[in-house]
Design a protein around this ligand. Structure first.
Ligand code: ASP
Length: 368
């Protein structure tokens, strides 16, 4: 309010921002974002000059968040997360090896993560404030920018498959709520009752978030409020032999979210984007900020209209633009040549990738 009443400060701030933006040193990973923000930028990887990996055909993420910490993660937990990511990569690999396209590959990878209770998508999804589960998912095909999504579904076992059906069998992009559940069931997707998604760990997280909300004016929402190591949203990006790109994202949203809240994951251009020639990207993080920042579409636009490479574009969006809007998270972004960027501004992000020669790499600790 004080800033608004002192309008003279606006041009001064604008000039300062312009000067800061012109300093190349400040665009390095450790730099503070130019605009004022209270968000602490973590040690996320992916500097403009350094992509995460090359020769990649498929990558997955299992959410950004406060991160698994080496010092307090036992070997079994570490293995379970690595196995989950690797299993998803192998499912996608099988599709690609059998000559399947990138859309089928990302769907197969995401389905595995949706069925894994460790991740916040499908089984293992977080709880809403009224102790329900409302799931969001989307998929996008780079060859023609076709897309499909579902939001707030309560009974679809694999929301990513419902998203693909919306893309392939309807004239629409996004179906929400009961209509989306009905559409999925009518098209033969397995329907489950809400208890399919239930896990003790997510229930405990909801209780923690409720506890933290007590006495506060607004409810505590999300992984941090719930003491969770990772938000656990899942996503996949792929490039197939025809150089066609695809991306998919699936989530239960944020712990203790309001009933009816929809995040970035089912929104094309925010949580998911794929366009041949530029990028396939899937995001995880504070959905409201990824929506406001049009996160994944901006990566594509920076590449298409700004001539930027995938690492520099993804880095700018995640570590500069979104942090300036007050949000943290990460993306996996793959270009048609197989260059993968995986920057994050949260403490950590779970992710992994598969190279063209069959190498599977998983990352579960910050800075790994
Ligand atoms: N972006 C997701 C949402 O806001 C949450 C996440 O990535 O963990 O729904």
């Amino acid at each position: 309010m004080r800033v608004r009443s002192r309008l003279w400060i606006v041009p001064v701030l604008a000039a300062l921002v312009a000067v800061v933006a012109a300093l190349p040193a400040l665009s390095q990973p450790a730099a503070e974002p130019a605009a004022t923000t209270s968000v602490a930028v973590g040690p996320g990887r992916g500097s403009p000059s350094r992509p995460e990996a090359t020769g990649v055909v498929l990558a997955v993420h299992g959410g950004a968040g406060t991160a698994l910490r080496r010092e307090d993660t036992d070997a079994r937990t570490e293995k379970a997360y690595r196995d989950g990511l690797a299993g998803a990569l192998r499912a996608g690999q099988k599709v690609l090896r059998d000559g399947g396209g990138s859309v089928a590959a990302v769907e197969a990878a995401v389905r595995v993560l949706e069925d894994d209770p460790l991740f916040n998508a499908g089984r293992g999804a977080v709880f809403t404030e009224d102790a329900g589960h409302e799931l969001d998912a989307s998929v996008m095909r780079g060859s023609d920018q076709a897309a499909g999504a579902v939001a707030g579904v309560r009974h679809v076992r694999n929301p990513v498959s419902a998203a693909r059906l919306v893309m392939e069998r309807t004239p629409h992009v996004l179906l929400a709520g009961q209509g989306a559940d009905d559409f999925a069931a009518r098209n033969g997707l397995p329907a489950v009752t809400q208890d399919h998604f239930w896990t003790q760990a997510r229930w405990d997280s909801l209780m923690k978030a409720k506890e933290r909300s007590r006495g506060g004016r607004t409810p505590a929402v999300g992984a941090e409020a719930a003491g969770e190591a990772a938000m656990g949203t899942v996503g996949a990006v792929a490039v197939d032999r025809g150089r066609d790109l695809a991306a998919a994202t699936s989530t239960g949203g944020m712990t203790n979210k309001m009933a009816g809240r929809v995040g970035d994951s089912p929104v094309v251009g925010a949580g998911t984007y794929a366009k041949n020639g530029t990028v396939a990207a899937s995001a995880t993080g504070q959905g409201e900020v990824f929506l406001r920042g049009a996160a994944t579409a901006t990566i594509s636009h920076l590449m298409e209209f700004g001539g930027r490479d995938v690492a520099s574009a993804a880095h700018e969006v995640v570590r500069e633009r979104l942090t300036a809007l007050g949000g943290t998270g990460g993306v996996i972004a793959l270009d048609p040549q197989g260059v993968l960027a995986a920057p994050y501004s949260s403490e950590g992000m779970l992710y992994g990738y598969l190279t063209a020669d069959g190498e599977v790499v998983t990352k579960v600790f910050p800075g790994e």
